[in-house]
Design a protein around this ligand. Sequence first.
Ligand code: BGC
Length: 767
Amino acid sequence: MTGGLLLAASCANKTATTAPAIPADKDIESKIKDVMKGMTLEDKIGQMCEVTIDVVLSDSLKDGLPQLSPEKLKTAIEQYRVGSVLNTPRGEAQTPETWYEIINGIQEASMEYLKIPDIYGVDQNHGTTYTTGGTLFPQEINMAASFNRELVREGARICAYETRASNIPWVYNPVMDLGRNPAWSRIWESFGEDPFINGAMAIEMVKGYQGDDPNHVGPQSVAACLKHYMTYGNPTSGKDRTPASISLPELREKYFQPFKVAIEAGALSVMVNSGVTNGLPFHANKELLTGWLKDELNWDGMIVTDWADIHNLWKRDKIAVDYKEAIMLSINAGIDMSMTPYDMEFCTLLKELVDEGKVSQARIDDAVERILRLKFRLGLFETPSTNPKDYPLFGSQEHAMKALDLAVESEVLLKNEDNVLPISAGKRILVTGPNANSMRSLNGGWSYTWQGTDDPKFHAQYNTIYEALRNEFGEGKVVLEQGMDYVEDYGKWEQVKNVRIQSAVAAARGVDVIVACVGENSYCETPGNTNDIALQPEQAELVKALAATGKPIVLVLNGGRPRIVREIEPLAKAVVDVLLPGNYGGDALAQLLAGKKNFSAKLPYTYPRWHNAIAFYDHKPCETVATMSGAYNYSADIDVQWPFGFGMSYTTFEYSGIEVDKAEFSPEDDITVSVNVKNTGNVEGKEAVIFYSSDLIASMTPDVLRVRGFDKVSLKPGESKKVSFTIPAKDLAFVNYEGKWTLEAGEFTFTLGDQKVNAKCTSTVVY
Ligand code: BGC
């Protein structure tokens, strides 16, 4: 790693006078001091240890339900002084009542043995992942596609309420990994490829989860955990938890900036990237953990490891000889809590390290103060448990309707030739493809189980695409013949079985429209790795065979990753990418295909067309130089399936009259750019207006485009609205070769729709 350069940049940006990201609360700070006074070193180290629920669960069930083991609880909490537990019993969703029983038992033991409450953390990632009967929302990639800040915040608020109804105060969300490798198995957990959108949506999630006052997170709110700090979403190989290589300017400008704005919005905790970046595992990177995150932002929040990642420093990444050295490296780097998650040897070894002077008492105190602060901010000392009976709106219709609204606003219309959509009433429809009748594929991973594996007991009450279309268009009008089924066994999510393409072709003969639902089955993390992002060959064959019938095809893409569909896309009249829209995704699609609702989503990532032409919207100019004269003619043309920000509607929007309020501006100015947007079609619609800037000439090759803002406006037919964006000129800055923010004198272009306007920055500033 270019340690010197990074360090220089870090120091240059650090100012002792930076205002605290979260202003300290005097009362809480004095309570922390009081608690600390009564703690032994063992007490303190125990607070830094987080174990998985298995460590304290009994091997036997009680009335078929998981139960705590008093002996194991005593060992973990009385003997090792453990301060945090995570994860769901038996790896699957529990009822709010079971959650209450289990976490309440842990809290009672914690208060008895430690006089300090436990902090329990769960991956409630897109709604209540791990609580049965709760409200599952679309995954984050859909949230980004909706471009609807209000709905995203509301989704997080509802998730917080239902999570607290499950007696859980801490969620491991939002995911803020820029999805910059389409093969990566977690790209759907992210807000897509753009730093601004990641930051803006993460702010909404933080506020939705925590409420507006991070010092007083009430009993209907939870603590957010931004993850995975940082660059996890861009492994060079595309495989989960493999190395990334990111230059210093990019690291600061594109990866750190979204975390920075979410921290400034009050995020209370951060989880670290499990991988290796620029040669150094993140869990041992003092400069980026302590330097950039804690010191530079003056942030008093808490950093937790990802799963077993201190072990990984020696077992996997080979930067330590043993567990003890790995603990030393990571705690000294700035880790406050270790998700060990099975062992408590962590406590013994860390104590030895302090006794040997290899980890300072001051570092331990700092970590423990951060953990206690989080517990005080959550009100856990006063209210260690929250009871489901106080949460009458858990799993309510009111919450379900918000999840449906978000699903409707997140499914992307990518093609609609000859207005084949909407499908008129009375038409006969074949629903086909392996995703046609599956809740598992609509929800994706982190849905009742880690891999989202199929279990009707969790989701039988919701509608698959087939069921929703049948409800919408009528029983007799909708036929199901999938043509193949996914293999549902663990680890075999990429395989299909019972391939019967000719049955689907035969079924197509009697219908007017074919809705072909293809894509992926659910997966998560490393088991979701793939060697090929092409659509599975059998699925492509199905679409080709159906096309030969001459019936119009509506291609529905449903999956976590953008699968290459170059060959079959021309065979479809219409294409809708529903991404991973959740339990109400089938209903949303039915309403959209019937024209009862209008499409308004846009792609939050570039949809690739070729395996070897992976590009992002903010690429460099040389990536689109089609030919170079002379002997060295070559093609560097970017050829994507659908660009970032693309998405259609049943209506049309016209942009006109773009204006910038200053033809010349200084780095201290604010700039306002506005445009009129008019609905020129026949139906009401919502338009996501994306505000881009381009730095025309800079001392480092500029990106061709950068998102600087977005807004979503609703317009009736014929209606127009003026949409304005005001930003500080400094938002146009880039990070230079030395790692410093720089706004240079020169010309900028602002783009809104097909409208462009230029303005000039009159001086240069480096900061
Ligand atoms: C994942 C995290 C998750 C953690 C706890 C890890 O494997 O990478 O995203 O929060 O497990 O479940």
